[in-house]
Ligand binder design. Structure first.
Ligand code: SF4
Ligand code: SF4
Length: 664
C-alpha cells in the first residue's frame, strides 16, 4: 500500500472520530432545541432586517467594536477564521498528496498572501486577548470559565503556528505553488529549515499536527463555551426585530395545544427554543455584567451568570427530559429557577435592557428573567414579600399607590383640564397621565407642568381622569401576566370607545406599554412621550422658553432612551432652558435609576442603584438633574437626599414651564 493511500486512510479515520464526536454532540443540541417551546414571537419574518443584522453584528462585529481593543482582538480572530477556512481543505489534500492542492485557489499568490496576513492577525488577536485576560484582568470576566478560554487560545495558537511552519517547510522544499515572496512570513520562517530528509519529515509532522489540532478542536468546540462559534450567527439571525421594550404576551386561550401553553419558565421543558439557543450562544465575555446596575451595586444578579446558569441547567436536565419523553414518561425535574441562584437573580433585575443592548450575540436576557418571574408568580405564588401590597393595590385599586380612583385627577384641580366623559368629542391629543404623576406628590408636578404647557401652546387635549387605570406594567414586570392583560383589555376598550387616536404619555413605562404592547390587545394609537411633543412645540415657536445660566445634566430613562430611542427631544428642551452637561453614561448607555421591573416597590438587598446614579450626576457639577420620567424623579430625588447632595431633581417639563413663566 502506498504512503498516499495509508495517509488517506489515516485521515479518514481521524475525520470519522472527530466528525462522530461532533455529530453526537450536535445531535443532542438539535434534539434539545427541538424540545423547546415556540418562542411566541415571529422570528422568520423581516428577512432583510435579519440579513442586515447578520452582516453588521456577525460579519462586521459591530457590537464587539463597542469596545475598540477587545473588538479588534475578536475581529482579528474571527475574520482570520473565515479567511483561513480553505486552508483546512488544502492541508487535508496535502496530507494525501503533498504535490496537490485545491484547484485554482490553492495556486493563487494573492491567497497565499491573504493567509499570511490573517495568520499574523490571528496571532496578534491572541496576544491582545492574553494581555486583556492576564494583565488588564477586567472584572467582567469574574465567573467566566477562564481556564477553558486559555485552552482555546492555546489551541488556536497551535493551529496557526503549525499552518505557518508547514507553509515554511513547503517553501524550504520548493513545494510552494506560487512565488515565495507571496508568503513573506512563511518565507521568513523557511530559513529555519534545511532542504534535506529532516525537513521532509518535519513537513509531514507539521501538516498532520495542523490537521489533528483542527479535528480535535472540532470535536471539543460543541462541548465548550466556544459552542458560540456555531450558534451565535443563528442566534443573531433569529433575534428580535420588533420594539425592544415589548414583552411577548402569554396566551391563556383554552383552545391552545398543551405543548404551546406557557406560564413562563418552570422546568427545562418550558424553555423556548430561542432561550435554549441564547444560552448556547453565550461567549462569557461579561459585557452584559459590566453594564448591569444590579451587578454594579453588589446584587446577586449578573446577566452573564444567569445565562450560564440556564445553559448549565439545560445541559444537566435536558437529556433527562429527552430520555423521559422517549420512554413515554412525564419529566418531573427541578425548576430552572432553583439552580445557580437564578430565583434571586430574577428578582434583582430592573429590566433596564443594558445587557441586551451590550451583548455581542444578541442574547435576550430580559425575556429569560421575565419568564422566570412569570412562572414563580403565576404557578408557584413565590415573589418578594414587599411587592405583595403593590400587586394587591394594582389589582384592587387600579394603581400601585392604593389610592382611590376618584382621586386620579386631583393633581389637575384648578387647572381647567378637560376630563373626557363617555360620549364626549375626542380631543386632538389624549394626555395619559399615569399612576405616578397622578398620585405621587413629587411626580404630580410633571403632570401639572405638562398640562400648563399644552394649554399655553393651545393644544386640544383631555385626560381620562378616573377612567384611566394602571397600564399594568408593574404587574407585568413582576411576572403577573394575568393582571396585566386584564388592564390592557380594559384600557384598550376605554380608549377605543372614546375614539382616541393620539396619546401623549409622561411616563416612559406607560409610553412603552401603550406604544409597543397595547397593539397586541387591539389598541393601535400614535403614542408620543411628553418630551417629544414639547420639543416640537418649542421648535414650532408655540412655546418660547427663556434660557438661563443653570447647568443641567439630563438622566436618560431606560424605557425612553434604550428601549424606545427617544434621545434628542429631552436634550433639546434641556438646552432650551439651561446649559446641558452630559453624564459619563448617557443616551442608550444610560444607567438605570433603580425603579424599573417593579423595583419602585421592592427593597434593595445591596447598595442602592439610585445613589450610584446620583453620584455620577453630581460628578458633572451640574446644579440640576433633569429627568423625563416620574419614577426617575422619585428615585433620583430620594438618592440626592440619602447621599446628602444638593442637586435639584426636576422633570424637563417642569424646567420648561418655569422658563416659559420667566419669559412671561
Ligand atoms: S435588564 Fe438591566 S438589571 Fe436586568 S439583567 Fe439586564 S442589565 Fe441587569
Ligand atoms: S450574555 Fe452576551 S454579553 Fe453577556 S457574557 Fe454572554 S455573550 Fe457576553
Amino acid at each position: 500500500m502506498s504512503a498516499g493511500v495509508l495517509s488517506a486512510l489515516a485521515l479518514l479515520a481521524a475525520l470519522a472520530v472527530s466528525g462522530g464526536l461532533f455529530a453526537r454532540r450536535a445531535l443532542l443540541l438539535v434534539r434539545l432545541v427541538q424540545m423547546g417551546k415556540p418562542s411566541g414571537i415571529e422570528r422568520a419574518d423581516a428577512v432583510p432586517d435579519r440579513l442586515r443584522q447578520e452582516a453588521t453584528v456577525v460579519l462586521g462585529q459591530r457590537k464587539l467594536f463597542q469596545k475598540l481593543v477587545p473588538g479588534l482582538m475578536h475581529a482579528f480572530i474571527f475574520w482570520g477564521f473565515l479567511a483561513l477556512f480553505p486552508t483546512i481543505v488544502i492541508a487535508m489534500i496535502g496530507i494525501v498528496d503533498r504535490e496537490a492542492t485545491i484547484p485554482w485557489l490553492g495556486e493563487q499568490g494573492w491567497f497565499a498572501l491573504l493567509v499570511d496576513v490573517f495568520a499574523v492577525l490571528v496571532l496578534i488577536g491572541i496576544g491582545i486577548a492574553l494581555w486583556i485576560r492576564k494583565v488588564v484582568r477586567p472584572s467582567r470576566f469574574e465567573g467566566s470559565h477562564l481556564g477553558e478560554a486559555d485552552l482555546i487560545l492555546a489551541w488556536i495558537t497551535g493551529i496557526v503556528v503549525t499552518l505557518l511552519l508547514w507553509h515554511a517547510a513547503r517553501i524550504a522544499l520548493s513545494l510552494n505553488e506560487y512565488g515565495a515572496a507571496w508568503s513573506p512570513v512563511a518565507n521568513l520562517l523557511s530559513g529555519l529549515f534545511g532542504d534535506g530528509d529532516v525537513t521532509e519529515a518535519l513537513e509531514r509532522v507539521l501538516v498532520w499536527a495542523h490537521v489533528l489540532l483542527i479535528l480535535g478542536f472540532l470535536a471539543y468546540l460543541p462541548r465548550s463555551k466556544h459552542l458560540h462559534i456555531f450558534t451565535a450567527a443563528i442566534n443573531v439571525y433569529f433575534g428580535r426585530t420588533r420594539a425592544r421594550g415589548r414583552l411577548e404576551p402569554l396566551r391563556f386561550d383554552e383552545d391552545l395545544p398543551e405543548e404551546e401553553m406557557r406560564f413562563g419558565i418552570g422546568t427545562v421543558e418550558d424553555l423556548t427554543w430561542k432561550q435554549m439557543v441564547d444560552s448556547m450562544s453565550c461567549t462569557e465575555c461579561g459585557r452584559c455584567q459590566e453594564v448591569c446596575p444590579a451587578w454594579a451595586t453588589g446584587k446577586t444578579l449578573s446577566p452573564k451568570l444567569l445565562i450560564m446558569g440556564v445553559r448549565d441547567h439545560l445541559f444537566a436536565e435536558g437529556p433527562l427530559a429527552l430520555a423521559a419523553r422517549a420512554s413515554g414518561e412525564a419529566y418531573d425535574g427541578p425548576l430552572v429557577a432553583a439552580s445557580s441562584d437564578l430565583e434571586e437573580m430574577a428578582w434583582d433585575c430592573v429590566t433596564c435592557g443594558a445587557c441586551v443592548r451590550e451583548c455581542p450575540v444578541n442574547i435576550e436576557h430580559v425575556d429569560h428573567i421575565l419568564d422566570l418571574r412569570r412562572h414563580l408568580v403565576m404557578v408557584e405564588s413565590r415573589f418578594p414579600g414587599e411587592a405583595e401590597p403593590m400587586l394587591r393595590d394594582v389589582e384592587r385599586q387600579s394603581n400601585p399607590w392604593g389610592k382611590p380612583q376618584s382621586e386620579r385627577a386631583a393633581w389637575a384641580e384648578g387647572l381647567g383640564v378637560r376630563v373626557l366623559a363617555p360620549g364626549d368629542a375626542v380631543p386632538e391629543v389624549l394626555y395619559w397621565v399615569g399612576c405616578a404623576a397622578s398620585f405621587d406628590e413629587r411626580a404630580r408636578t410633571t403632570a401639572q407642568s405638562t398640562a400648563k404647557l399644552m394649554q399655553a401652546a393651545g393644544v386640544d387635549f383631555a385626560i381620562l381622569g378616573p377612567r384611566e387605570a394602571c397600564n399594568g406594567d408593574p404587574a407585568r414586570r413582576m411576572g403577573n401576566e394575568y393582571v396585566f392583560q386584564a388592564y390592557a383589555e380594559q384600557n384598550v376598550a376605554t380608549l377605543n370607545e372614546a375614539g382616541v387616536r393620539k396619546i401623549v404619555a409622561s411616563c416612559p413605562h406607560c409610553f412603552n406599554t401603550l406604544a409597543n404592547e397595547y397593539p397586541d390587545f387591539g389598541g393601535a394609537y400614535e403614542v408620543v412621550h411628553h418630551t417629544e411633543m414639547l420639543a416640537e412645540l418649542v421648535r414650532e415657536g408655540r412655546l418660547s422658553p427663556a434660557a438661563s445660566e443653570q447647568t443641567i445634566t439630563y438622566h436618560d430613562s431606560c424605557y425612553l432612551a434604550r428601549h424606545n430611542d427617544v434621545l434628542a427631544p429631552p436634550r433639546e428642551l434641556a438646552a432650551a432652558v439651561g446649559k446641558p452637561i452630559e453624564m459619563e453614561r448617557s443616551g442608550k448607555r444610560t444607567f438605570c435609576c433603580g425603579a424599573g421591573g417593579a423595583h419602585m416597590w421592592m427593597e434593595e438587598n445591596a447598595r442602592p442603584i439610585n445613589e450610584e446614579r446620583v453620584r455620577e450626576a453630581a460628578a458633572t457639577g451640574a446644579e440640576t438633574l433633569a429627568v423625563a420620567c416620574p419614577f426617575c424623579t422619585v428615585m433620583l430625588d430620594d438618592g440626592v437626599q440619602s447621599t446628602g447632595g444638593s442637586m435639584r431633581v426636576a422633570d424637563v417639563a417642569t424646567l420648561l414651564a418655569e422658563a416659559i413663566e420667566t419669559d412671561g
